[in-house]
Design a protein around this ligand. Structure first.
Ligand code: PLP
Length: 394
C-alpha cells in the first residue's frame, strides 16, 4: 500500500473506526463533551424558535445570553468589577482589539511576553497599532521557545499600557498553570491574557493576578468558532479611552454599554457556551476540570518520559508543560515510524494528532486534551503509545 496517500497522513479526521470509538485529539476546532453535543442536538428538535432563528433582541434570546454570562461568571469566579463580552473575529480579532482599546494612540507602549507562535502572532498584529516592547522566551542557543521568562522591573517597560501573555501556547506546549504576578512596583499595569486554549480548565485569580483583560476564542474548550469570550475589568472601559480608529465591533466600551447587543452577536454559539458552563458546573466545577486535565496530561507525559527516548517532548521543565496540548515525536521525528504511528492510531479512531496549522505541520505530533476529551480517552491514547513503542523497538 502506498502509505503517502493514506488519509491519516493527509490530516483526515474521518477515521474508518466505528463512530462510537472516535476520539478527537484535534487542537481546535474540536469536539465538545458528549453531554454538551447531545444538548446541542436537542436544540434542533426543540419546539418553537431556537437560538438559530431567534432575534438577538427577543426576550427568549436575552434569557439565553444572560444565562451564558451568569454561568460563566459563576464557574470562572469572575468578580463583579469585570464585564463579560462576546466578541467577534476570534483570537486574532482580539490581537487587534487589545491595542486598539487599551492604547489611545500609536505612540503608546505595551509589553509582550513572546514564548510561542500565538504570542508572536499577537505581537505582529499589535505592532500596527502601538509600540511593542517584547520579552523573549526562546532558548538563546537553539532559538526554540522553551520557557516563560520572568517578569521583572528590568524587562517590563514601566510606561506599558498593559503586559500581554499567552497562558497556554497551543502549538509549543508551554502552559502557565497559574498566572504570574507583576513586580510590586508595576502592579498598576493591567495583565492581558490570551487564554484561548486553556480557559475553563483551571481557576483564575482575577484580582490577585491583576488581570485587566482575558480572552478566549471558543473553539478549543468552550464552544464553536465564531465567538470569543473577552473579560475586561471595568476601569479599563470608558468614553475616549480607545483609539479613535477602533472599529465599533471591536470597541469594548461600545459593546459593554450595549450589553453585547451593539450588533448581532453569534446567537447560537452563545447558547453553546452556556451549555459548556452548565456542564462544567455539573461535573463539580473548574477545580474538578483541572484535576481531570492534570490526569489526562500525566497519562501521556508518563509514557513519553518512561519510553527511553522512543518518544520525545520539547518542554523539559515539567512545571511549564501544557496540560492542554502535549507535543511529542517518535524516534526523534523518524518519518517512517511517525507515519506508521499516525496510520495505526487513526485506524483505531484516534484522530487529530497531526493537523495542519498556520505554522505548518510542525516537528511534533500533538495530543490536545481539551474538555471534550475524557480521562479514559487520554488513557486509551497512552496505552496505544505504550504498545506501539513496545512493538517498534523502544
Ligand atoms: C487557536 C488560538 C488562537 C487563534 O484564534 P482564532 O479564533 O483562530 O483567531 C489564538 N490564541 C491561541 C492561544 C490559540 O490557541
Amino acid at each position: 500500500m502506498n502509505t503517502d496517500s493514506h488519509p491519516a497522513l493527509l490530516g483526515s479526521l474521518n477515521s474508518t473506526a466505528p463512530h462510537s470509538e472516535v476520539i478527537n485529539f484535534s487542537p481546535g476546532p474540536t469536539s465538545l463533551p458528549k453531554a454538551v453535543e447531545e444538548r446541542i442536538a436537542g436544540v434542533f428538535n426543540q419546539p418553537g424558535l431556537t437560538s438559530l432563528a431567534l432575534s438577538h433582541r427577543a426576550p427568549e434570546f436575552l434569557e439565553i445570553l444572560d444565562h451564558a454570562v451568569m454561568k460563566a461568571r459563576e464557574v470562572m469566579e469572575i468578580p463583579d468589577d469585570y464585564d463579560v463580552l462576546f466578541t467577534h473575529g476570534g483570537g486574532h480579532g482580539q490581537f487587534a482589539a487589545l491595542p486598539l482599546n487599551l492604547c489611545h494612540d500609536q505612540s503608546d507602549v505595551a509589553t509582550y511576553v513572546v514564548n510561542g507562535t500565538w504570542s508572536t502572532r499577537g505581537v505582529d498584529e499589535a505592532k500596527r497599532y502601538c509600540q511593542v516592547h517584547s520579552i523573549d522566551g526562546r532558548d538563546p542557543k537553539t532559538g526554540d521557545f522553551t520557557h516563560f521568562p520572568e517578569l521583572t522591573e528590568e524587562n517590563i517597560d514601566p510606561n506599558s499600557k498593559y503586559v500581554y501573555l499567552c497562558s497556554n501556547e497551543t502549538v509549543n506546549g508551554i502552559e502557565l498553570h497559574r498566572l504570574p504576578k507583576l513586580p510590586e512596583s508595576l502592579k498598576h499595569i493591567p495583565l492581558v491574557v490570551d487564554a484561548s486554549s486553556d480557559f475553563s480548565t483551571k481557576p483564575i485569580d482575577w484580582h490577585g493576578s491583576g488581570v485587566g483583560v482575558l480572552f478566549a476564542c471558543a473553539s478549543k474548550n468552550i464552544g464553536h468558532p465564531g465567538l470569543t469570550m473577552t473579560v475586561i475589568r471595568k476601569d479599563l472601559l470608558g468614553e475616549g479611552k480607545a483609539s479613535p480608529l477602533c472599529p465599533g465591533v471591536f470597541n469594548y466600551t461600545t459593546n459593554s454599554e450595549a450589553g453585547n447587543l451593539w450588533n448581532t452577536p453569534a446567537t447560537f454559539n452563545i447558547e453553546v457556551v452556556g451549555f459548556v458552563m452548565d456542564w462544567i458546573e455539573a461535573q463539580g466545577g473548574v477545580y474538578e476540570i483541572e484535576l481531570r486535565s492534570i490526569a489526562k496530561a500525566v497519562a501521556i507525559y508518563d509514557v513519553i518520559d518512561s519510553s527511553n527516548g522512543f518518544y520525545g517532548t520539547p518542554i523539559e521543565n515539567k512545571a511549564l508543560r501544557s496540560r492542554m496540548n502535549v507535543p511529542f515525536n517518535i524516534k526523534g521525528g523518524d518519518e517512517e515510524a511517525t507515519n506508521a504511528f499516525l496510520i495505526a492510531s487513526w485506524e483505531k479512531g484516534m484522530i487529530g494528532l497531526r493537523t495542519l496549522t498556520p505554522f505548518g505541520v510542525g516537528d511534533y505530533l500533538r495530543a490536545s486534551l481539551y474538555n471534550g476529551v475524557t480521562v479514559e480517552e487520554a488513557q486509551k491514547l497512552a496505552d496505544f503509545m505504550r504498545k506501539f513503542a513496545a512493538k517498534h523497538g523502544a
